[in-house]
Design a protein around this ligand. Sequence first.
Ligand SMILES: *[C@@H]1O[C@H](CO)[C@@H](O)[C@H](O)[C@H]1NC(C)=O
Ligand SMILES: *[C@@H]1O[C@H](CO)[C@@H](O)[C@H](O)[C@H]1NC(C)=O
Ligand SMILES: *[C@@H]1O[C@H](CO)[C@@H](O)[C@H](O)[C@H]1NC(C)=O
Length: 460
Amino acid sequence: MLRTGLAIAALVGFAAAQTVTLQAESATLSGVTVASSVAGFTGTGYVEGFDESADKITFTYNATESKLYDLSLLYNGPYGDKYTYVVLNSAGGSQVSLPSTTTWTTVSAGQVLLAAGANTIEIQNNWGWYLIDAITLTPSAARGPHKITTTPVNKNANADAKALLSYLGSIYGKSILSGQQDQASLDWVTQNVGKTPAILGVDLMDYTESRISRGASSIDVDHAIAHAKKGGIVTFVWHWGSPVGLYETTAQPWWSGFYTVATDFDIADTLAEPTGANYTLLIKDIDTIAVQLKKLQDAGVPVLWRPLHEAEGAWFWWGAKGPEACKQLWHILYERLTTHHKLNNLIWVWNSVSPAWYPGDSVVDIVSADTYAEGDHGPISATYNNLLSLTNDSKIIAATEVGSIMDPAQLKAYQADWVYFCVWSGDYISAGKWNSLEFVKKVYADEYVLTLDEVQGWKG
Ligand SMILES: *[C@@H]1O[C@H](CO)[C@@H](O)[C@H](O)[C@H]1NC(C)=O
Ligand SMILES: *[C@@H]1O[C@H](CO)[C@@H](O)[C@H](O)[C@H]1NC(C)=O
Ligand SMILES: *[C@@H]1O[C@H](CO)[C@@H](O)[C@H](O)[C@H]1NC(C)=O
């Protein structure tokens, strides 16, 4: 059966034939029906009646070759903001937002790698209550060479930091560095996979006063120095327990004090009063962790430094009061550590995707995202593409925390050029649910994935 859109495309010649429109009313319908009362649709009707969880439209498209396509949905949303779920060839899938609208509207549904031959694209119910007119498939434009900067934003960056960013630039788009959060989990990989991750991820969490005074301690800095001595690369996150205002209840114990729900510490109020006691406590915490970062600098260890992570999620107190307070805090942190403490071994890794949160090109070396999708080894390409447009491709992009590791073949096919992945600790790597041991072995054996033995001498 030849679809309407294909026939039209064939008539208007080669260039237009690049985009294929598949009408919903011609697709296979399950639990949904064709309607025509809301005017302005294309083809002979649209599909409505997404009200049961199993409701779906299945489009079939025969591709002549395996190729990456941009997928769009043409929809109408008279019943408010909704989500749909798009599934290619019965595997994986991605949620697509359908904002409220009373006109027929085109929305991007990301990219799909079609196989040669028959492919299915399902529009599954999810939130339901929207109208689908058609989908379009357009071959994704080949991306030109990257335009990234590989000189650190800190003018006084030392030779170690310069070498690290330059090395990342040299492999960007050609390889991905393997990374593992936490020394014990990295050791698990070494023992069970037979390869050691190139990057060790560790935390400055337990180096501040509010936690040390309650019994916390850490040797993560020592682990980092040891990993660097073996020729590896290190990254630090900072689960910054709020300096004051911890609830310390059974439900919100002190050790969860980086969470918004565990403290009444207000970052916006604190920053509004630079002479206040709470501002002083904030600076004191920064000065405390500066001592640790200095140890790393003195040991010749450059650090992929990722403070104020996942801010846009608002579940950590530094993101709880919105983007302005968070960006201001980032600038304070940057100034205090680089100018005041003369820490020149830091590569500044920003970790929110939304443009509203971005603190600016002059204080960010790398942009990144944290993504958890259990058992999904997809390339996280929609997020990668959002990060590309965040800086207009001027900064290297990293997958700083993942649950399930991306399949290297898909990374290449989707041109999702994450420079490194770092798997979160514990069960994420070792329990077999997020990543089977067989899959982890396959990833670590892939030539696209660089391991500790393969990054030796990266300092040049
Ligand atoms: C699509 O390909 C399948 C086999 O892969 C074939 O059976 C079917 O007829 C094709 N459909 C169209 C419209 O070409
Ligand atoms: C400092 O923060 C604590 C904890 O949120 C709060 O109780 C206190 O009122 C703040 N102090 C000032 C002067 O704002
Ligand atoms: C992005 O980069 C292109 C090419 O370098 C340039 O023409 C364009 O103005 C840039 N856009 C922004 C928003 O910086």
